[in-house]
Design a protein around this ligand. Structure first.
Ligand code: FES
Length: 105
């Protein structure tokens, strides 16, 4: 189920955004070009972005302004990307982050 607001009493109707696709944990999902990755995830009911280092607890949207790092994910192979302030780009590959987001050797 998509949770996007397309008709807003003050902002009006949003029909100008170009839709793109990003891949999240191997699944393609729609996103508006340039919107925060986190917005595209929430629109698809994806609430967990990472799991904590010590207790492996799920984390997701908290501050929404790039300050807490609870939304950190692996984006195009780069760990600890704050998805609430990173714009979605066509073809982007996003993965749920476990711990530090690096492979243990
Ligand atoms: S939700 Fe806090 S940094 Fe993204």
């Amino acid at each position: 189920m998509c949770m996007r607001v397309t008709d807003h009493i003050i902002l009006g109707h949003d029909d100008t955004s170009k839709m793109i696709e990003i891949t999240v944990d191997g699944k393609k999902i729609p996103a508006k070009e340039g919107e925060p990755i986190l917005a595209a995830l929430l629109a698809q009911d994806i609430m967990v972005n990472r799991y904590t280092v010590k207790r492996n607890e799920p984390r997701g949207l908290f501050c929404g302004i790039g300050q807490c790092t609870d939304c950190a994910m692996i984006v195009d192979g780069r760990a600890n990307v704050r998805t609430c302030i990173t714009p979605a780009v066509e073809g982007m590959v996003v993965e749920t982050q476990h711990g530090y987001g690096i492979q243990e050797v």
